[in-house]
Design a protein around this ligand. Structure first.
Ligand SMILES: *Cc1c(COP(=O)(O)O)cnc(C)c1O
Length: 398
């Protein structure tokens, strides 16, 4: 089963006694033992078996195994959210006296999590620019136990060199974790480029239908034992119900991501030629300044793109409010297209200086492309741009 299409529907199928063909949702907290001795050996880990759903659950396990197959990982461990998965990595790997080196361009809450909940225990948090290798060289040292990055970045679509950062952190005895939420294993497999841990906010493309919040980490057996120990002891466990949604989501992941990536490419190329749109950020452009990096690392550019409308918050908001089909929602990876204004939502907690340093302008809008017809999406964007152009207040369009 080397094909991802086959893996997505066949890995870790399991049946209960009723022989239902669809994987059952094991909605149970506890499991029954054959004898007191059986309970004792399962609890001690001397024999394998479910004990309690905070540690393991058959539906959750099926999701973990299927996701691991798609990432090319030995194993995976699921969590109740993407943030719980990232916190679990930190709990497992960080201790007083070490440092974590994290790119500034990660999902905002990731850096906040390191700073608010780990720095206070004596972990030094070092933020670096994602694409600036000298900064990574300068920040990683013998006390670095974890490097963390997300590529391509959101919303500006910068690409990191996974292989180089992995080599650097390995030379100092640390590990590299890559947040692969944006591209999914269909378009990028960070373990192939030397990453040790891959993390997903699984409620995005993996579920793909905006139905739940969930997370997952994939990697080696040894590292996954560490992750599972965190769920067992601290309890950020995924529910069987949500695991089942994700299991079903994985079955269509490649089809959905493929369709979304094609539509996104078409929209990006159309937008970049429009006079009434400013800069367009999309890692799949032929002229992207990091194309030589992106090409071997990514099999596509995914479903997120950003662009500037006019030169102010006012113009960006007017455009967003004029959209009729595309929804205003701060999420990615749903079947439905969504638009957001990063400066006042995802990046709203940054100071104006931090935002300007990150390149997040007031005129920037981010689009997460869904499964609607690309012609309908294009028509919606076009009519919103026209509303803007014909409005009495000029927004400073070129
Ligand atoms: C949403 C998101 C997260 C956080 O995941 P939750 O499931 O919301 O906790 C982390 N990384 C990226 C890239 C995300 O988009």
């Amino acid at each position: 089963m080397n094909s991802s299409m086959t893996q997505a529907v066949r890995v870790a199928q399991f049946q209960d006694l009723s022989e239902s063909f669809c994987e059952p949702i094991a909605l149970t907290s506890a499991y029954v033992f054959e004898s007191a001795a059986d309970a004792a050996t399962r609890f001690s880990g001397a024999s394998y078996g479910n004990v309690y759903s905070r540690f393991t659950n058959p539906t959750v396990r099926a999701f973990e195994r299927r996701l691991a197959a798609l990432e090319g990982a030995e194993d995976a461990v699921a969590f109740s959210s993407g943030m719980a998965a990232i916190a679990a990595i930190a709990h497992a790997r960080l201790r007083s006296g070490v440092n974590v080196v994290c790119s500034r361009d990660v999902f905002g809450t990731t850096l906040a999590a390191f700073r608010c909940y780990f720095a206070k225990f004596g972990v030094e948090v070092r933020a670096v620019d994602l694409t600036d290798l000298p900064q990574w060289y300068g920040a990683i040292d013998d006390r670095t136990s974890l490097a963390f990055l997300e590529t391509p970045s959101n919303p500006l679509q910068q690409v990191a060199d996974i292989r180089v950062v992995a080599g650097l952190v390995h030379a100092h005895g640390g590990l590299l974790a890559v947040d692969n939420t944006m591209l999914t294993p269909i378009l990028q497999q960070p373990l192939l480029f030397g990453a040790d841990l891959v993390v997903h906010s699984a409620g995005k493309y993996i579920d793909g239908q905006g139905r739940c919040v969930a997370g997952v980490v994939a990697g080696s057996h040894v590292l996954m034992e560490e992750m599972r120990a965190v769920t067992r002891t601290l309890g950020p466990t995924l529910s069987a119900m949500n695991a089942w949604l994700l299991l079903k989501g994985l079955e269509t992941l490649e089809l959905r991501v493929g369709a979304i990536a094609r539509s996104t490419r078409k929209l990006a190329n159309w937008l970049k030629n429009r006079r009434d749109v400013g800069a367009v950020y999309y890692s799949g452009f032929q002229f992207h300044h990091q194309r030589s990096l992106a090409e071997p690392q990514q099999c596509g550019a995914g479903g997120v793109l950003s662009f500037e409308v006019g030169d102010s918050r006012q113009s960006a908001w007017a455009f967003i409010d004029a959209l009729r089909l595309i929804s205003i929602a701060t999420n990615i990876g749903d079947t439905r297209s969504m638009v957001t204004h990063p400066a006042t939502t995802t990046h709203g907690r940054l100071t104006p200086e931090e935002r300007s340093r990150a390149g997040i302008r007031e005129s920037l809008v981010r689009l997460s492309v869904g499964l609607e017809s690309v012609d309908d999406l294009q028509a919606d964007i076009e009519q919103a741009l026209c509303v803007l152009e014909s409005s009495p207040t000029s927004f400073g369009q070129a």
